[in-house]
Design a protein. Structure first.
Length: 391
C-alpha cells in the first residue's frame, strides 16, 4: 500500500473538461471485476477477455495519423472494465505509447489530453495505481463509485458472495478527495434502494462531494408505486436542502431548472457515434454499451476495427439519430420532456428488432415523478428567496 502521507495532489478534473471540443475514446481493458453490482449494465463479466496492447497501439496510431477524421481540439482517453485498475500495467503502457507517439508526430493532442477512469475504488491506494497517478497527475480524471450510505451501497455494489463493498470503498475516499479536490461520485438508483436516496445524497455531501451526478437505471426494473416513493424521497431531500440552506453550495442533478418543459429542439440525448469504444477483439463501437459484454439480448454492434478503421456506412445511422426518429409520439409531445434521458445502447438491447431507432421508455413515470419534485424544490427556493428579500 502507498504512503498516504505523501499525496499526489491533482487539480480538479471533471467530465466536462474541454466539453464539446474533446474526442472521447474508450478502451475496454478487461471484462473482469471484483464486484457483481446488481444494476451494472456490464452483464457478461469474465477473467478471460483482456485488451491486447497491440490492439491499443493500432488504435492510437489510427487516431493520431488521421487528423482529417479526428480533428477535435482535445482527446479524453477513457479506461473502463470491468474494473480498469486490475490492468494498471497495461494502461500505463498504453498511456506511455500515446504520449510518445503524439509528441513524435507533433500532434496537438500532446498538449490537450486527459486519461479518465471510473473505478469501484478497491485498488485505489494500491502501490502500482498510485505510481501511475504520480506519473500522470496533471492529466487525470478519476471517479470512485460510492453509492451513498452503507445501506444503499451494499444493496447493489456487492462481491460475488453477496457481501457489500462499502466498508472497503469508504477507506479510499479521504485519499481520493485529497488527491482530486472537487471530485464527485456517480450515483445510480434502482428499485431496491429508492428509500435511501435522501440520506445517501446528504451522506455524500457530508463526505465532501458537493455536486452529485445521480440517475435512475434505464432498464425495466420499476414496479408499481416506485414513482411515488421516488417523488417522496426527492421531496424530503428538497425540504432538507431548503431548511439547512445547502443550495447552491451543494447540488444534486435530480434538481435542475432546465427539466420538465416541452422539448424545443430535435437533438439526440446520447453521444453514441460521436464517441469511440474499443474492445479486446479490436472492434470499434459507437460507445461501450454496444460491446458484447454490455448486451443481454443483442449481438455486439461494431462500426469498424483497428485494422481497417471506421466504416462510415455503419457509423452513419448513429449520426442521424435525433429525438423524433426514435421516440414514440407521447415522448415527442410530452409537456415535461426536457431532462428525460435515454441510452442508445439500452435502446438497441431492449428493442423488438435489431434497430437503434426504438427508444426504451421504462423511466417515463420516474421522470415525471422527478419533475414534480423538481418543481416543488424550485418553487420553495423562490419562496425562501422572496421571504428573505421581504424581511
Amino acid at each position: 500500500m502507498t504512503d498516504t502521507n505523501k499525496p499526489i495532489v491533482s487539480e480538479r478534473r471533471t467530465s466536462t473538461w474541454k466539453e464539446g471540443e474533446a474526442k472521447t475514446v474508450t478502451f475496454v481493458v478487461t471484462d473482469e471485476c471484483q464486484l457483481q453490482c446488481k444494476y451494472c449494465y456490464f452483464v457478461n463479466k469474465n477473467n478471460k477477455n483482456k485488451l491486447p496492447f497491440e490492439i491499443a497501439k493500432k488504435t492510437i496510431d489510427y487516431l493520431l495519423n488521421n487528423r482529417d477524421i479526428f480533428n477535435d481540439k482535445a482527446i479524453v482517453i477513457d479506461f473502463i472494465g470491468g474494473e480498469p485498475f486490475l490492468e494498471i500495467e497495461l494502461i500505463d503502457k498504453i498511456c506511455d505509447y500515446f504520449k510518445v507517439t503524439a509528441y513524435t508526430l507533433d500532434h496537438p493532442w500532446f498538449e490537450n489530453y486527459r486519461f479518465s477512469f471510473s473505478t469501484n475504488g478497491l485498488l485505489y491506494s494500491d502501490t502500482s495505481v498510485q505510481k501511475y497517478f504520480k506519473k500522470n497527475r496533471h492529466h487525470l480524471n478519476v471517479m470512485i463509485t460510492l453509492d451513498g450510505t452503507k445501506e444503499k451501497h451494499d444493496l447493489q455494489r456487492v462481491f460475488p458472495n453477496g457481501k457489500g463493498s462499502y466498508d472497503q470503498v469508504i477507506q479510499q475516499i479521504p485519499l481520493w478527495l485529497e488527491q482530486f479536490p472537487g471530485a464527485n461520485t456517480k450515483v445510480t438508483v434502482g428499485h431496491e434502494d429508492l428509500k435511501y436516496i435522501k440520506e445517501s445524497v446528504l451522506h455524500l455531501w457530508d463526505l465532501g462531494m458537493k455536486q452529485i451526478p445521480i440517475n435512475v437505471v434505464f432498464e425495466d426494473v420499476w414496479k408499481e408505486n416506485d414513482d411515488l416513493l421516488f417523488e417522496e424521497q426527492l421531496t424530503l431531500l428538497a425540504d432538507e436542502i431548503i431548511e439547512r440552506e445547502l443550495f447552491p453550495e451543494y447540488q444534486c442533478t435530480f434538481f435542475d431548472r432546465m427539466i420538465g418543459k416541452p422539448v424545443l429542439n430535435n437533438m439526440n440525448w446520447c453521444g453514441a457515434g460521436k464517441m469511440l469504444a474499443i474492445d479486446y477483439t479490436g472492434n470499434f463501437y459507437p460507445c461501450s454499451r454496444f460491446v458484447s459484454s454490455s448486451l443481454l439480448h443483442k449481438e455486439a454492434l461494431a462500426i469498424g476495427n483497428c485494422d481497417t478503421g471506421i466504416d462510415n456506412n455503419k457509423l452513419r445511422p448513429f449520426l442521424s439519430l435525433d429525438l423524433v426518429s426514435q421516440s414514440p409520439k407521447e415522448c415527442i409531445e410530452c409537456d415535461v420532456a426536457t431532462g428525460c434521458a435515454w441510452c442508445q445502447g439500452a435502446n438497441y438491447d431492449f428493442a423488438d428488432t435489431d434497430t437503434i431507432y426504438q427508444r426504451a421508455t421504462y423511466i417515463c413515470k420516474m421522470h415525471k415523478a422527478r419533475v414534480r419534485a423538481n418543481n416543488y424544490f424550485w418553487e420553495n427556493i423562490e419562496y425562501l428567496k422572496k421571504s428573505k428579500e421581504a424581511s
